[in-house]
Design a protein around this ligand. Structure first.
Ligand code: TNX
Length: 715
């Protein structure tokens, strides 16, 4: 191998000799112009690589820049660089990466270091490597050959989901120590070296924790003894989900056992305390799941799936189910996750993958932030330029990678139907009047002065706003909402409303159309800022009336402290860290409800620990797992407050710094488990230490299935 490496590099350099600008050789990437990094196809670094770097410096470490800044890099040569470790997530989901020579003296390859590097075909693990972390090469779908020059300890799922991997060579004198799960979903190689799985817990590990859970004594039943699944026609969808689960997780097979005699019964009992409530009973006589509605039955099936996972989350208990009795119902009726395809497009195939994962934890709403300054992602038939001219994000801060993509109405309708099978509604968001540069770029008449503005390529807030002074703006908003109405069947539509300009709404001050509208509305000049807020109120009043009264939808929007009057029948989102009390007060004064998504607990785009992804951002605070778990859906008040004022909980995954779809789940879990539990479980069964015990199998289950999760809370 010692001869092989320089030869490989020589060949690669020759291949790219005609395009020298695409080959970058340097000690470090800091100081190399961003454009050169972005253009590089081959990068060779020769210095001492640091695994950690000061918070938010330009570009972060060499590793982070190789991953996010050098977005076209195919070949990385670090054979003349020195490093102790390849850090966790070093090249997470870099789909272009074809080859890498690891640095000298490297002792450790961190967890998910090469997660989903699915163009990588070969990797040589140098003799110095002592440890390879969890999921290090998971989902490297084209990886064919791994050469171990030494004998490292190889962690769970390190080479999971690598179906092309057929050639594993051990060249050193020792034998690597493979976790039994190291090659999960790939193949079992070196079974004699497999380490035993620990058995961690014998109690059920359910997330969210049910309201009432009683483990029975004695025997339950064997799946082989189940003869039939009984369900009324109205539960055909739930029955289908159950059969898929049984096929995957148990040896249920009525044809194979003529003595099978037990039943599974799915039923609806409208007298249960809530439509989403369910009761699950497993006894020696079989299994029943009764729900207040099909949704309740479905959540019961999701609980059953968790009961079938073994305590490691890596296998199903295929043969039997111990006796158990569960009575359960949600604490809040909307448990939402918001994703941001506007900033980082989420291809439809990836969006679909999120649905079953979220449903497993009883989330019932997916909120799509479909447009923003950086791109517009939803087809609107009446305004074709939105997607023709403005559906590619051109770059984001130091990441110059273009990010194209939008959803057609046809595929979105299909998606909404698909999500409904998982009892999940899809809430669209049309941002206004700020965060709408992409629309303005496509249709300049939407802004004050009709100026042509470029697409935004940095994060933060733009002063370019929709102009309320022109009737065509309101027409645009109504037209878009009208098209959204038929695509998104959910009863809610989000209208944005946040962060419109710095100073807020300042752009409206000198606009003749806005001044004209102020006169028309009788807004006598008092104070420009307050006057502009009255224009915002006008724009929202008109839009809300149309949306609520003509389209029959409940409007939602982000709470802003200046926007004091919340129209009846709306839902306001309390999002700004430290300002939840203010949002609640306003909501109470206006008799409307609040969606809780305070930045202090629910912003999962923030890093979970210092140095976790996204290492480089606009200065985001750390949001720990414990802080996420600390969300109190009553916000310190009593039950009647909660019932009257709280609409639901939401977690946000703003996409500026999440630059691959795989990183959405990375940011979401495990903090999303905490949110799921806050929104579902009664306070009396919530306890952080116990939660940490219960999430373990789910972290393993997600990794087993190739879903990226952050492991930084374990560090
Ligand atoms: C503020 S949160 C925004 C978003 C950004 C986010 C980044 C909110 C309502 N507005 O536009 O993406 O910060 O965390």
């Amino acid at each position: 191998m010692k001869i092989f490496r320089p030869l490989l590099w020589l060949a690669l350099s020759l291949m790219s000799a005609t395009t020298t600008a695409q080959t970058l050789t340097a000690e470090h990437l800091a100081g190399i112009p961003l454009e050169e990094c972005a253009a590089a196809r081959s990068v060779k670094l020769t210095g001492q690589l640091a695994a950690t770097a000061p918070w938010s410096n330009r570009g972060g470490t060499d590793w982070r820049q190789l991953r996010d800044v050098c977005w076209q890099v195919r070949h990385i040569d670090l054979s003349e660089a020195q490093a102790d470790v390849v850090p966790d997530n070093a090249l997470h989901s870099r789909h272009h990466l074809q080859s890498i020579l690891l640095p000298q003296g490297v002792r450790e390859i961190g967890s998910q270091a090469f997660f989903a590097c699915d163009s990588l075909e070969e990797i040589v693990i140098p003799a110095t490597v002592e440890r390879i972390g969890q999921s290090a090469f998971s989902q490297c779908r084209r990886l064919k050959r791994v050469v171990f020059e030494g004998a490292p300890v190889v962690g769970d799922f390190a080479f999971a989901g690598c179906p092309a991997l057929t050639d594993v060579k051990v060249q050193g004198s020792g034998r690597p120590q493979f976790s039994v799960l190291a090659f999960y979903g790939t193949r079992s190689i070196y079974e004699e070296d497999l380490m035993d799985l620990d058995t961690l817990s014998t109690q059920p590990c359910l997330v969210p924790q049910p309201a009432v859970l009683r483990c029975g004594e004695g025997d339950g039943f064997e799946w082989a003894d189940i003869k039939q699944v009984r369900a009324p026609k109205s539960l055909a969808n739930e029955r289908a989900h159950l059969l898929t689960l049984l096929e995957e997780a148990t040896n249920f097979d009525p044809k194979a056992n003529p003595k099978a005699h037990l039943s599974i019964t799915l039923a609806i009992d409208a007298s249960l305390p809530d439509a989403e409530a369910y009761v699950l009973d497993a006894t020696a006589e079989g299994l029943t799941i009764t729900g207040g509605s099909p949704a309740g039955v479905f959540w019961g099936i999701m609980t059953l799936r968790q009961l079938l996972l073994d305590s490691n989350g890596t296998r199903y208990d295929r043969y039997s189910l111990a006796p158990i009795h569960i009575e359960d119902q949600p604490r809040l009726h909307i448990r939402e996750v918001m994703v941001d395809p506007a900033r980082t497009f989420i291809p439809m195939s990836e969006l679909r993958k999120l649905v079953p994962v979220l449903a497993q934890y009883k989330f019932n709403a997916l909120h799509l932030h479909l447009s923003d300054d950086q791109a517009w992602r939803m087809e609107v038939k009446k305004y074709p330029l939105l997607t023709q001219k403005a559906s590619t994000r051109l770059g984001m801060d130091d990441m110059l990678m273009p990010n194209p993509g939008y959803y057609t109405q046809k595929e979105m309708k299909e998606f909404v139907r698909y999500a409904a099978q998982y009892h999940m509604i899809v809430i669209p968001e049309l941002e206004m009047p700020g965060h709408e540069v992409a629309a303005i770029h496509a249709y300049p008449h939407l802004t004050c002065g009709g100026v042509q503005v470029p697409m935004r390529t940095i994060c933060g807030v733009s002063n370019e706003l929709l102009c309320p002074g022109k009737p065509s703006t309101l027409q645009f908003v109504k037209d878009v909402l009208k098209e959204y109405k038929d695509i998104f069947t959910a009863p809610y539509v989000h209208l944005g409303g946040d962060e419109a300009g710095m100073p807020p709404l300042g752009n409206w001050t000198n606009c003749s159309d806005c001044q004209q509208l102020k006169r028309q509305l009788g807004i006598a000049p008092v104070d420009q800022r307050a006057d502009n807020w009255r224009l915002q109120k006008y724009l929202f009043d008109e839009t809300i009336t149309y949306l609520r009264d003509e389209l029959g939808k409940t409007p939602m929007y982000w709470y802003e402290p200046d926007f004091k009057e919340i129209q009846s029948g709306c839902v306001t989102f309390a999002w700004r860290g430290g300002q939840t009390n203010m949002a609640i007060e306003s909501a109470q004064q206006n008799g409307v409800k609040v969606m809780l998504c305070p930045g202090d607990h629910c912003y999962f785009d923030y890093p979970m620990t210092r140095g976790d992804m996204p290492e480089v951002n606009w200065g985001m605070p750390v949001l720990s797992l414990k802080a996420a778990y600390g969300l109190d859906p009553a916000w310190g008040h009593d039950e009647s407050f909660e019932r009257e004022t709280i609409f639901g909980v939401a977690g946000t995954l703003w996409g500026e710094s999440i630059n691959s779809p795989e990183r959405i789940t990375y940011q979401l879990f495990p903090r999303g488990f905490a949110l799921a539990e806050a929104g579902w479980s009664p306070q009396s069964v919530r306890q952080y230490e116990d939660f940490l015990r219960r999430i373990h199998p789910h972290m393993m289950d997600l990794q087993r299935r190739g879903v990226s999760v952050s492991l930084q809370h374990l560090r």
